[in-house]
Design a protein around this ligand. Structure first.
Ligand code: DP6
Length: 362
């Protein structure tokens, strides 16, 4: 949407007082997965996710009048308290791309300090929380200088749009409980360019869902999400997959509305395994699953069959298991986690997380 390109957002350089903005933004877990993209970060199919609570990035953006005459972004960056050249370079490149949307960034010296709530080496993707936290900071800055984003809906939509340009899935982290990204006709207002809040479309039970992240391996993944998306272009199953995602979206939206936690299990697991099946069916093929991922899957399915409890798993683009269950069975599921799943985690490490209320300005 070129409407967000705005050459008028320029400051009167004589009056810039130094200041800062701070945002905490969570990660999210897709139930219907985004896998395959085109153009500038546009999804091949609609996706829907839980917004998490305990896995988040906190970003402080300090700014002041620009200290150099050089054109372009002037940035210092700290990640978890230290300088990290790779993150500095990718953030610099992202901000440079953001200049048409926030031209005033060229008039400032910026310092970004960012940290994750989860250990860097946990094998959890931080792009959704990281890019959404940074995008929220940029929107706050725009609103502080120009008063253009005072309406919360306008603010969130731009924050989601900008997040998407940083990392597709990040656009879904902006909203509480659940978000939908990608044009899906039956949901009015849905768009390929930003996510929309789904709070009003879901049963209360899902707002209290738990999402325990069982760390099977903290190793950096062998194939990045970006490369994985690219492999979808020649995947012979791609068209069928995009159709299937739309069909599953229809089923899932009904399930979410009805609060049908059993039917939810079926569809969440089908989607998780479809994502990994697509990776295995790519050329070149690859798998990110580990033996202990499969052991956990077996264990969770057996537990569900025996107890009838609606506990299920999902997967991101990695080997770690996201265990999903309603609040009403948390005590029972804790026993399953402690006795059966923790022994299969790397050094027994897992993260307690749950569905959250979205980003927070601090
Ligand atoms: C498997 O959002 O990380 O987690 O847009 O290239 O940054 P880029 O990819 P990214 O892909 C996430 C894929 C996924 C599924 C999902 O979150 O929907």
């Amino acid at each position: 949407m070129s409407a967000y390109i705005n050459p008028n957002l320029l400051l009167d350089t004589t009056g810039i007082e130094p200041g800062h903005v701070v945002w905490r933004s969570p990660s999210n877990l897709a139930i219907i997965k985004y896998w395959g993209k085109y153009g500038v970060q546009l999804p091949r199919n609609p996706s829907i996710s839980f917004t998490l609570a305990n896995s988040f990035t906190e970003t402080i953006l300090d700014y002041g009048p620009k200290q150099t005459d050089e054109d372009g972004i002037d940035l210092q960056m700290e990640f978890n308290g230290t300088e990290d050249v790779k993150i500095q370079q990718s953030t610099h490149a992202f901000l440079q791309k953001m200049l048409p949307f926030f031209p005033f960034l060229n008039q400032l010296s910026l310092k970004i300090r960012t940290a994750n709530s989860f250990p860097h080496a946990a094998g959890i993707a931080s792009s959704a929380s990281g890019m959404s936290a940074l995008s929220l900071c940029l929107c706050s800055l725009e609103d502080r200088f120009f008063g253009t984003l005072g309406d919360p809906k306008t603010f969130d939509r731009k924050a989601s749009y900008i997040s998407r340009l940083g990392s597709g899935s990040a656009c879904r982290s902006i909203f509480p409980y659940m978000s939908l990204w990608g044009e899906y006709r039956p949901v009015e207002g849905s768009s390929n360019e930003y996510a929309i809040p789904m709070e009003d479309h879901i049963h209360e039970v899902f707002k209290g869902y738990h999402n325990a992240i069982m760390i099977v391996s903290s190793q950096e993944k062998s194939v990045s999400s970006r490369a994985g998306h690219a492999l979808m272009e020649d995947n012979p199953y791609a068209d069928a997959r995009y159709r299937q995602a739309n069909e599953r979206m229809e089923r899932l939206l009904q399930i979410l509305k009805d609060g049908d936690t059993q039917a939810f299990c079926t569809i969440a697991e089908e989607e998780a395994l479809t994502l990994h099946a697509l990776m295995m069916a790519s050329t070149p093929s690859y798998t990110l699953l580990h033996p202990n991922t499969l052991k956990m899957i077996e264990c969770i399915r057996e537990y569900r069959a025996q107890t009838g409890h609606p506990v299920c798993f999902s997967l991101d683009a990695g080997p770690n298991i996201h265990l999903l269950y309603p609040d009403s069975i948390k005590e029972e599921v804790q026993l399953l986690i402690d006795s059966e799943l923790v022994p299969l985690c790397e050094r027994g490490f897992w993260i307690k997380d749950w569905v959250g209320e979205g980003p927070e300005e601090l």
